[in-house]
Write a protein that binds this ligand. Structure first.
Ligand code: AP5
Ligand code: ZN
Length: 212
């Protein structure tokens, strides 16, 4: 299936996308991870305000559309089925995506603002493999150490309280309208993202099986 996963920062898109990729054997296409691997890329020839993606990301601002559209276009042309996470983030990107591919399922994870702040400021990620943890909700077996690969757990630079508040403002202004845009899509399903990760996964899996 071709699945789009929408939701605010911290809604659990990364967590659920990993499940979807594994269970339905599709590619996980994520602009956030792709950009984090290219934070120092020189984009100065694209006539942008800053010279690298990292300067936008650490403040919680959107990276310019031209940079992000190119990443997604390349990833989708080589994917049969996919779960797309982190894109589109504004209406211009949504129109761009329309020209690239059709979607079977559009899932929207909804979570309230205070819960989002708690999840993001408490998140820790593996510096080596990228696996997600949380200081309270999803602890590793050994403090500060990744269960999967033994790597060190660190805090993302955009998970400080100040950057998180800005990301939520950017979401309200730019990305909330994208969710409204997809509400009429045949494959649209809204999912309560405030359940346990397992509870959310049950709803996600059911929705994909019903719509795909
Ligand atoms: P990106 O990496 O996409 O960040 P985001 O959208 O802010 O999403 P997150 O990764 O923070 O959260 P998530 O929804 O994946 O939640 P997660 O599963 O990790 O983007 C980063 C930056 O890149 C942007 O700010 C921007 O600068 C740039 N960028 C990316 N795409 C772009 C685009 N299209 N255009 C322009 N710029 C772009 O979960 C969060 C935490 O909660 C974890 O600790 C997890 O363990 C925990 N958790 C998950 N589910 C649950 C649950 N059910 N209950 C309790 N805890 C939970
Ligand atoms: Zn790891």
């Amino acid at each position: 299936p071709r699945v789009l996963l929408l939701g605010p920062p911290g809604a659990g898109k990364g967590t659920q996308s990993s499940n979807i990729a594994e269970e339905f054997d599709v590619e996980h296409v994520t602009t956030g991870d792709a950009l984090r691997s290219n934070k120092e890329m020189d984009i100065s020839d694209m006539d942008t305000e800053y010279d690298t993606p990292g300067e936008y990301m650490d403040q919680g601002e959107l990276v310019p559309d031209a940079v992000v559209n190119a990443i997604v276009e390349e990833a989708l042309t080589s994917a049969d089925g996919f779960v797309l996470d982190g894109y589109p983030r504004n209406l211009e990107q949504a129109e761009e995506l329309e020209d690239m591919t059709d979607l079977d399922v559009v899932l929207s994870l909804s979570v309230g603002e205070e819960e989002l702040v708690d999840r993001l400021t408490g998140r820790r990620v593996c510096a080596d493999c990228g696996e997600n943890y949380h200081v309270e909700f999803n602890q590793p077996e050994e403090d500060g150490v990744c269960d999967e690969c033994g790597g060190e757990l660190i805090q993302r630079e955009d998970d400080t309280e100040e950057a998180v508040r800005n990301r939520l403002d950017v979401f309200e202004e730019n990305t909330a309208p994208v969710i409204e845009y997809y509400r009429d899509h045949d494959g649209f399903v809204e999912i309560d993202g405030e359940q346990t990760p397992e509870g959310v996964w049950t709803d996600v899996e059911t929705a994909i099986e019903r719509k795909a």
